[in-house]
Design a binder for this molecule. Structure first.
Ligand SMILES: Nc1ncnc2c1ncn2[C@@H]1O[C@H](COP(=O)(O)OP(=O)(O)O)[C@@H](O)[C@H]1O
Ligand SMILES: [Mg+2]
Length: 219
């Protein structure tokens, strides 16, 4: 469970994110909205990378605590990596050697473990990033636009891989509505730094989608 207080956050005079008090206790939760609406900013606030006052709280080992990055596995929109690292060495950075082979197998990465990161296509790289996130030993997983480099087939594989981990609480920033419809349960809809929708995925497609995406009247 993640509890967001009524608060706001701004980088400067140009952008401010206003948050109503919200409890996230249905996962996967999707942060949905157009470019620049504040999805990545909210993801970083949930993870405690950016502080707000009063603080975001997270249920951790049975008690509510002030959020901290240590409670989360975080996959940025553009992960950085050393192209000379092998896939195996990159995955070892997660600190979880015990499950490395299992997760690699799940994502069909076994045959790539000895390959250098710099030689992989963007789709395979994305799988490696996802493997690393799943290896991190924390129940909360924040992912920023994980389908951005995936074709429909690879997106299907991603959903299958994530579905094998019902013990993980995913919060996913995305503007991929097809990904949302097949994997999301709860939606926070953002537009211009405002939360314009909160509800189930079904409700989002019935009544939230226009508030989030439609830009005005067509005359
Ligand atoms: N570090 C930053 N400093 C100043 N402005 C930023 C910074 N990061 C993002 N922004 C601005 O905040 C707004 C929201 O950005 P972001 O949360 O990345 O949106 P989204 O992920 O929905 O595309 C954008 O206008 C963006 O330019
Ligand atoms: Mg973003």
């Amino acid at each position: 469970m993640i509890i967001v207080p009524e608060t706001s956050f701004s980088y400067n005079a140009h952008f401010s994110l206003s948050l109503p008090s919200t409890t996230i206790d249905t996962f996967p939760t999707f942060l949905i909205g157009p470019n620049g609406s504040g999805k990545t900013t909210l993801l970083k606030i949930l993870g405690g990378f950016f502080k707000v006052s009063p603080p975001v709280k997270v249920k951790w080992q049975g008690t509510l605590r002030e959020t901290r990055p240590i409670y989360f596995a975080y996959m940025p929109a553009k992960p950085t990596y050393d192209p000379n690292f092998t896939v195996r060495n990159y995955l070892m950075l997660s600190g979880n050697k015990r499950q490395l082979e299992t997760i690699a197998k799940e994502l069909e990465l076994t045959k790539w473990l000895g390959r250098r990161m710099g030689t992989l296509s963007s789709g395979w790289l994305q799988r490696v990033f996802i493997a690393r996130i799943l290896l991190q030993d924390t129940p909360y997983v924040l992912m920023d636009e994980p389908t951005s480099f995936l074709d429909p087939e690879a997106r299907k594989d991603l959903i299958e891989s994530l579905s094998r981990h019902p013990e993980k609480h995913f919060v996913i920033s995305s503007h991929d509505l097809s990904f949302l419809s097949s994997f999301g349960k709860f939606v926070i809809g953002l537009r211009d730094g405002n939360v314009v929708f909160r509800g189930s995925t079904i409700d989002f497609f019935e009544r939230g989608i226009e508030d989030v995406f439609v830009t005005g009247y067509i005359m």
